[in-house]
Each structure stands twice: as structure tokens, then as C-alpha cells.
Write a protein that binds this ligand. Structure first.
Ligand code: BGC
Length: 664
């Protein structure tokens, strides 16, 4: 179809209808010309439930979807192949639910551990993000659905997110904050969501530098830019740059900047119609790519067993074994007669809150169910909560003032829990096998909120210390979307396992790792520090910014391990770290021009997956996840794309370097 012709047949009013929300998750179509509305849905971990057209009131029936592992979990698997499979599921489910654009993946850099949305994001490292985001998008878009990579750009905190002004130098922006987005564009992502915040004095959604110069001129983006919900603040400013579709969260659709005010601006000449035409053409092109303007369009499907199997596979490779002294793990199911499980996260469901990433799910296997279900009738599993956390109720947002804040959760504070604590300690002393499952939940890891510090909530530190004192073999499982302070007990604990929010099959995956059915192969996509001030944004006092509404990224490119390495700060667990139940060795390094080759060998007794990481002078340059049987050895090749003289290191984490060399 000739899109220019189609464009020429549209009235100005029709064009304007196509570039702003006429519902909280859709634009207007033009039925007389066969142009359908564009339908959006959150979010990164699955398709969000159905809302009324003009209200945040869930109305969906039969719309429970597959709950996929979070961005953090996906990145922890260090597997582009799994990212692709997860993308296929997300795309098929979005299409299955009749959506055109799925509002994810979220790929902002984890600049501070306190950012409430870190759980949706992937990593502190641009290379890891780029390697995961590209196949994820490829998978999503196979179903005639657009991925929407967000939030462009430098949206790294929730505090004052609607207008915080980020001061950042060009080099840091290019090196750290943009490569993930560039990889998404190079992969052919159909839509990009602008961020709420300002970048160097301009709202991201009004920024000619971001939306015209970088996104379109430099990277050749041909899709459509969507505003974050309520990120536009001025009609002419946004109309004149490459911002295509204005979306927001209030029902006054005709008053959106790209609605009546834009019509008026075109009529009075302050915005030219050719600017509108560019936007409409971008929308039409997007629709054509999605086969929305005729042609055979993919159907999609949701909540099918095959999708749950992918959720399981990703979850299983996302679990990170942080510490395992005396080979406490895996547990030996044949020898386990009884097992004590302590902690609120053993039975907490995570999917349904957290902000726009919330989901209505058919089921979520929590750790207690996962472990009990796998252990079967020969082992008696006892559960005690150990500490009290908040409980909550969900209600329709619409009964309250509408805002971009998350206001559909009524929270009940934790009840006094001294009895729970005493009971847990008493039982832990009696049981030989004890598992503690704590960490954070989506009352801390959530949109519109940043934590105040890294301390574990609900006085978990006190409890963990008391429990370890009576049972030094207790296995500790931390669930969270961001690092927590483990410094009080990490050296005393013998076994620590980390799980990001891992989707509907998370409990099964975790159980399989604990019981040795799965050999863990997750690796940290971010640095776990001893204390908050070890992170560069905090050591310079630039999180979450000053009273003047600015946050200065004066740490430059020294984000995450780049900072720990230059400052010589010992992390608690370094970027890239993750243990296995087997051991791997690296050897036989050879360098031939830009080609690097080495051998990786499984020197243990069981099969496992090694993550071989190549670091160049600027940080992670390449990695490969390699399955190896016991005793098996494989060759691994890496190629430097732009060979220039530099030193490199190869290892199993940023601090576990086994081989070093130089490209001449
Ligand atoms: C969030 C976006 C989300 C949008 C729509 C915004 O508040 O920042 O990530 O996609 O709402 O729910």
C-alpha cells in the first residue's frame, strides 16, 4: 500500500486522532480508510490486564497471561538465546490479547541499587543489555507486534521522575546509557518510549537531540516514538521534534497536547502540518510493518503450556548461586527427612503489584510450593513466616485521584511479629535443614518509588543473625530486583542463593536449583556492594539529586563495576559472579589478529553451563554461555570488531579472571 497516498486522503482531524491517546491504551483509527486504532499494553514481564477505555478499572475476563521472568532475571541468565525465546512468548501473548504494541523491554541502566524500577531493568552494563535486548525484540516482533523499548533516555530513578533534570556528559551518555537503545534500534525495534525526565535541560519527549539527532539521524530509527504516559508538556515543542504519539493517564483525551491544542497550533501556523504528516507517516509505516493495513496478520496466543515452559527455562538459568561453602547445596532429596522453610517471600505472590509492570496471572509458583511439590511425600516440609511484612488489597484506581503514581494498592502495615521471630529461631535450632527466603517485594521494588537505603526491610538482618547463630548451615535465599545490604551476615552464611523476580515458574526453578535438578548458571548482571556508598552515584552524593531539581551524573562512565574496579573497592559479589555445582577451567589462549580463542573445560563431575566473559579495557566486551558435560572441553572464539591495541581479560566474573592477553 502506498502510504503517502493514504496520508493524503486523511483530514487534519483524522491525522491528529492517530497521534494521541483516545483511550488510556489506544489511539483513534480512521475506519472509513481501514486504519485501525493502535492498541498498547504494558509491560515487560507479560501483557497487563485489560482496562476500561477511559479509566484505570480492570475489566478483563479470561485475560490471565504467562508471567515471565523480570528484566533482571532475564539478564542474569546471560543467554541471548533465552532472551529470544522469552521475546517470542511475550510477542505471541501480546498478539493473542489483541495488542499492537507491548510496552517493553525496559532497559535503563541500574545506576543506583535504590531505583524502584530496577527489577524491570536488566543491568548496570551496556554490553550485557545490548546482547539481551536485541534477541528479545526479535522474538517479540515475530508476532506482528511492536516492542517498545523504554525509557529513552537516562531514566535511572523514580524520585521526581516526572521532571528531574539529568546533567550528563556526552561521553558517559554514549558509553553507558545509550548503547542498549542503539542495539534495539539496530535490531529494528518498531517503537521507542521517551522518558519522563529532562536530559540537559530538555524533557526527553521534547528533545531534538535525543529524538532527531541521535535516534533518527545517527541510528536510522524508522519506527514511531511514543511518549511515556504524561511525558509531554508543550504542544509546539513536542510537535516539532520526532515525538510521534502522545499518551497519558488522564481521560481528558481531547485536551492532550497532541489533541485540540495541536489542531489549534496547526491552524494558527505555530506548528506546520508537515510536522504532523511525518508523525502520521511513522504511525502508518508502523501499522504496515505489523500487517495492520491489510494482509495476513499473526494471531498470537496466550497462557499456553509451551509459554510456561519458556518461563521455566529462563527462570532456571536466572538463579544465581552466590556462595556455597562446604557444598551445602544442592540438598540431597533422598536424604532429606524434614525441612524447615522460613520467610515471607516463601509464600508471597509478586506478580500483581509493582506499578505498570503488574500482571494478572493464572498462577505463580512461590518457593514453598515449588520446594514442597518437588520434594514429595517422603519429606516433611514445615513453614514458619519468621517476620511480618505488609499485606495489601487491590482496588480500582479510578475510585481515587488519577495520577501517574501507583495508587491502586491499599497497604496494611506489618503486625507485631515477636512471636513469629521466636518461633522461627526455636524451630531453626531443632531442624537440621533450614532455608530462609527473604529479600524485598514489590512494596519496595516498584514504580514511583526509590528505596532510602539498601537495608533489608522487616528487620530481616536481626532475624537472619539469630537464625544463623542457632543453625549455621541455614541456606539463605534472597529475592529482590536490586541489591540489598547483606554485609551483616554474608560472611557467616555458608550458602546464599539470589533470585530476581522470576515469573510464574520461579518457585519450581528455584526448587530445582536447590535440589540439584538444575545446575545453577545465573550470573550477576550488576555489582553487589558491601554498602550503599560503594556505588559511585552515592559516593559522590548524586542520588537522587538536589533540591534544584537536578541530578548530576558526575561519576561519568564509572558506573557499576567500572567504578569498583577503578576505585579499587572490593564488592560483596562482583559483576558477572555466579557459582555452579561443577567447576570450570579456562586454558589454551591464542590471539590471532582480532581473533581470540581459548578452551573452556568442565573439570567437575556433573554437566553445567559456563559463562565465559571477555573484558576489554572499557568493560565487558563479549560473553558466551556454554553447556559442558563432565570432563568436556570446548573451544570458544571471540572477535574484536574494531581491532585496536588493547589488553583484555577472560574469566568467569569481572573479578575472577583466568586469562589475560593483548590485541596488538
Ligand atoms: C510508565 C511506563 C508505562 C506507562 C503505561 C508509565 O507510568 O513509566 O513504563 O509503560 O506508564 O502504563
Amino acid at each position: 500500500m502506498n502510504l503517502e497516498n493514504l496520508l493524503n486522503r486523511l483530514t487534519l482531524e483524522e491525522k491528529i486522532g492517530m497521534i494521541h491517546g483516545c483511550g488510556i491504551f489506544e489511539t483513534a483509527g480512521v475506519p472509513r480508510l481501514g486504519i485501525p486504532p493502535l492498541k498498547f499494553s504494558d509491560g515487560p514481564m507479560g501483557v497487563r490486564n485489560e482496562f476500561m477505555q477511559d479509566r484505570w478499572v480492570p475489566i478483563g475476563k479470561n485475560d490471565s497471561i504467562t508471567y515471565l521472568p523480570s528484566g533482571g532475571a532475564l539478564a542474569a541468565a546471560w543467554s541471548p538465546e533465552l532472551a529470544y525465546r522469552q521475546g517470542q512468548v511475550l510477542g505471541a501473548e501480546a498478539r493473542g490479547r489483541g495488542k499492537d504494541v507491548i510496552l517493553g523491554p525496559g532497559i535503563n541502566i541500574k545506576r543506583s541499587p535504590l531505583c524502584g524500577r530496577n527489577f524491570e531493568y536488566m543491568s548496570e552494563d551496556p554490553h550485557l543489555i545490548a546482547q539481551i535486548v536485541a534477541p528479545l525484540i526479535r522474538g517479540i516482533q515475530e508476532s506482528d507486534v511492536a516492542a517498545c523499548v523504554k525509557h529513552f533516555a537516562v531514566n535511572n530513578q523514580e524520585t521526581k521522575r516526572m521532571d528531574i533534570d539529568v546533567e550528563i556528559d556526552e561521553a558517559a551518555m554514549r558509553e553507558i546509557y545509550l548503547p542498549g537503545f542503539e542495539a534495539a534500534v539496530k535490531e529494528g525495534v518498531h517503537t521507542v518510549m521517551c522518558a519522563y525526565n529532562k536530559v540537559r535541560g530538555h524533557y526527553a519527549g521534547h528533545s531534538a537531540e535525543l529524538l532527531d539527532k541521535i535516534l533518527r539521524d545517527e541510528w536510522g530509527f524508522e519506527g514511531a516514538v511514543v511518549s511515556d504516559w504524561g511525558a509531554i508538556h508543550d504542544t509546539a515543542e513536542a510537535a516539532k521534534v520526532g515525538m510521534d504519539i502522545e499518551m497519558s493517564y488522564t481521560p481528558d483525551f481531547d485536551d492532550y497536547y497532541f489533541a485540540k491544542p495541536l489542531l489549534k497550533a496547526v491552524r494558527d501556523g505555530s506548528v506546520s502540518e508537515s510536522d504532523i504528516d511525518k508523525k502520521v507517516l511513522n504511525v502508518l509505516r508502523l501499522m504496515q510493518k505489523l500487517n495492520m493495513l491489510g494482509g495476513e496478520r499473526k494471531r498470537g496466543c496466550y497462557n499456553i503450556p509451551q509459554h510456561r515452559a519458556v518461563a521455566y527455562d529462563v527462570a532456571a538459568e536466572s538463579v544465581i548461586l552466590l556462595k556455597n561453602e562446604e557444598k551445602l547445596l544442592p540438598l540431597k532429596p533422598e536424604k532429606l527427612k524434614n525441612l524447615l522453610i522460613i520467610g515471607d517471600n516463601a509464600t508471597r505472590y509478586h506478580a500483581e503489584i509493582g506499578g505498570s509492570a503488574e500482571l494478572k496471572v493464572l498462577y505463580e509458583i512461590h518457593p514453598l510450593l515449588g520446594i514442597s511439590g518437588r520434594l514429595g511425600g517422603n519429606c516433611e516440609v514445615t513453614y514458619t513466616r519468621g517476620y511480618a511484612a505488609e499485606t495489601y488489597e487491590l482496588f480500582d484506581c479510578n475510585t481515587h485521584e488519577i495520577s501517574p503514581e501507583i495508587n491502586n494498592v491499599k497497604i496494611h502495615p506489618p503486625k507485631p511479629d515477636e512471636d513469629l521471630r521466636r518461633e522461627a529461631v526455636r524451630l531453626a535450632a531443632e531442624y537440621e535443614n533450614v532455608i530462609f527466603t527473604g529479600g524485598l517485594n514489590h512494596l519496595q521494588d516498584r514504580e514511583c518509588f526509590d528505596r532510602e537505603d539498601m537495608t533489608l526491610p522487616y528487620r530481616q538482618d536481626d532475624l537472619i543473625e539469630e537464625l544463623l547463630a542457632v543453625n549455621p548451615n541455614m541456606i539463605i535465599i534472597m529475592h529482590a530486583g536490586s541489591p540489598v545490604d547483606m554485609s551483616r551476615w554474608a560472611s557467616k552464611a555458608k550458602a546464599i542463593v539470589w533470585s530476581y523476580y522470576a515469573g510464574c515458574e520461579g518457585g519450581h526453578a528455584l526448587a530445582d536449583v536447590l535440589l540439584g535438578n538444575v545446575n545453577p548458571s545465573g550470573h550477576l548482571p550488576e555489582t553487589f556492594a558491601v554498602k550503599l556508598n560503594d556505588y559511585s552515584s552515592h559516593s559522590i552524593g548524586e542520588f537522587p539529586g538536589g533540591e534544584d531539581g537536578k541530578v548530576r551524573y558526575s561519576e561519568g562512565n564509572k558506573v557499576g563495576y567500572r567504578h569498583f574496579d577503578t576505585a579499587n573497592t572490593e564488592p560483596l559479589f562482583p559483576f558477572g559472579h555466579g557459582l555452579s555445582y561443577t567447576q570450570f577451567a579456562l586454558s589454551e589462549l591464542s590471539v590471532n589478529g582480532a581473533e581470540i580463542e581459548c578452551a573452556v573445560e568442565n573439570i567437575g563431575a556433573i554437566p553445567g553451563k559456563a559463562v565465559v566473559q571477555l573484558y576489554a579495557e572499557n568493560g565487558l566486551y563479549a560473553f558466551k554461555k556454554i553447556p559442558l558435560n563432565a570432563g568436556e572441553k570446548k573451544q570458544v572464539q571471540f572477535t574484536f570488531e574494531m581491532p585496536e591495541k588493547q589488553k583484555f581479560r577472560i574469566g568467569f566474573s569481572s573479578r575472577d579472571i583466568r586469562l589475560t592477553g593483548e590485541i596488538k
